[in-house]
Ligand binder design. Structure first.
Ligand code: NAD
Length: 433
């Protein structure tokens, strides 16, 4: 039975043209960084590919997984663990590279890495149920299966986490519960971030951090334009760890969140949605499907005329096929690479601003850097301190980016120039180039 990618699919032969490589190449031209140096910066240092023989409900399920360690010039490799059916090596590489860019832009002492585990849990659930190995609800199956996968993953890669060579965190398809599996195996609070409340070394404010950063990035944009949250409308795709918290902060500060979608459905109300009620519905039912509101699809959501459109789900949600129909004033990349390179160009040509992922969703890794330092130093931060630190890093990023934008750069270009300039300088001073 097929439950995910096979080795040949996981390792697809050569890296396709990627957005981050294209943007870095353009930036290197502006910064006059030599081609040979750029090549070293674009490529990852280490790639691990591991087939995991996961013992699950009395069967062995073989799962492809990998870790890409992209760059650690500025600190330990840092990046989340993604569990999804279609993860492959190049997607993991692109995401790891983005982490290197993000940590440099935020000016925190971490590098970039990422993990990808390819498994279709829905298919496996159907199969296991049919075989009579499991007869409970999907959510319970998912909890058990992810736990088993994480145990095997940590068995193979725990040494990287224990040595603080690579410090993982949650990403799509993983959360605090999966990070606890790593903590339980290693008993080292500094070996993993995104630990849930109450686990040694947990950071108050970490679970809201990415959403808080998205909200704060939007608030700064509003301040720049002289508008207030009360005057702004928001459409948001993805109501998970990032999207739901971002929606809550925006809602709490008076912005009108008029539409949200997730993988199961969508909700739309031009007068503004009741976000706490929607969150309660998702907690109870597992998704937006069936929520008491007019339903909406992703494509309809992308076409809404709002002040801000926040893609907070998957990569490549906005590509050249639907970029022309986006009518929002600003697109805020809460997800990683939700806008393709082509779509970026189309939207910029139409005067739509883009707050890039490396900036807009950096709140999570900024909090992770605090969580890591906290675990190493034995101090305890409060939620207010976590949020204050995120605001301080965003203020600094904004200032650095704004200085570059005076030279007629877009925000995407300016962010890339700040990040690449820092990576290049550090690699030179460490004799890595
Ligand atoms: P998550 O798994 O908690 O939530 C993902 C959400 O997207 C869910 O609501 C899901 O239903 C929805 N979704 C999936 N496919 C969809 C589709 N086709 N249409 C509409 N909605 C869909 O994941 P997350 O942690 O919130 O991550 C979301 C994005 O943010 C990812 O790109 C991730 O890499 C990025 N990101 C996450 C963090 C973090 O701290 N979790 C930090 C930075 C960036």
């Amino acid at each position: 039975m097929r439950i995910g990618n096979r080795l040949d699919e996981y390792v697809a032969s050569r890296e396709p043209e990627t957005r981050s490589a294209l943007l870095l190449t353009e930036s290197a031209r502006r910064l006059k960084i030599p081609k040979e140096a750029l090549e070293e910066i674009v490529k990852p240092y280490t790639v691990y590919i591991q087939r995991l023989p996961v013992g699950m409900l009395g069967a062995v399920v073989n799962v492809m997984s990998g870790i890409v360690l992209h760059n650690r010039a500025r600190g330990p490799y840092k990046g989340g663990i993604r569990i999804a059916p279609d993860v492959d090596l190049w997607e993991t590489t692109e995401l790891a590279r983005l982490m290197t860019i993000k940590t440099a832009l935020a000016d925190i002492e971490l590098g970039g890495g990422k993990s990808g585990i390819s498994i279709d849990l829905r298919r496996l659930y159907t199969h296991m149920s049919r075989e009579g190995r499991f007869n409970g609800a999907y959510r319970e199956f998912e909890r058990i299966a992810k736990g088993d996968v994480m145990e095997e993953f940590t068995d193979h890669f725990g040494w990287l986490f224990r040595e603080h060579v690579y410090i993982p965190a949650p990403d799509m398809g993983t959360g605090g519960a999966e990070m606890v599996r790593i903590y339980n195996a290693l008993r080292d609070p500094a070996a993993v971030t995104g630990k849930p409340d109450g686990i040694e070394g947990w950071l108050p404010g970490r679970k809201e951090a990415t959403g808080y950063g998205v909200y704060y990035a939007i608030l700064k944009d509003m301040q720049k334009k002289g508008t207030a949250p009360q005057d702004c409308t928001i459409a948001l795709q993805g109501f998970g760890k990032v999207g739901a918290h971002a929606a809550q902060f925006l809602h709490d500060h008076g912005a009108k969140v008029v539409a949200v979608t997730d993988v199961s459905g969508g909700a739309h109300d031009p007068a503004g949605l009741d976000i706490p009620r929607l969150r309660a519905h998702v907690t109870a039912k597992g998704g937006l499907k069936g929520a008491r509101a007019k339903s909406i699809t992703n494509e309809e959501l992308f076409r809404l005329k709002t002040d801000y459109l926040i893609p907070a789900a998957r990569g490549h949600a906005i590509d050249k096929t639907n970029a022309k129909s986006v009518r929002a004033g600003v697109v805020v990349e809460a997800a990683n690479m939700p806008v393709t390179y082509d779509a970026m160009r189309i939207m910029e040509g139409r005067g739509i601003e883009i707050l890039p992922d490396a900036y807009a969703n950096a709140g999570g890794v900024i909090a992770s850097s605090l969580e890591y330092r906290q675990a190493l130093g034995g101090v305890k931060f409060t939620k207010d301190m976590t949020f204050a630190h995120i605001r301080e890093r965003f203020d600094d990023m904004h200032e650095q980016i704004a200085a570059r934008m005076k030279r007629r750069r877009t925000m995407v270009e300016a962010s890339m120039d700040v990040a690449l300039g820092r990576i290049y300088e550090t690699m030179l001073s460490r004799s890595l180039l």
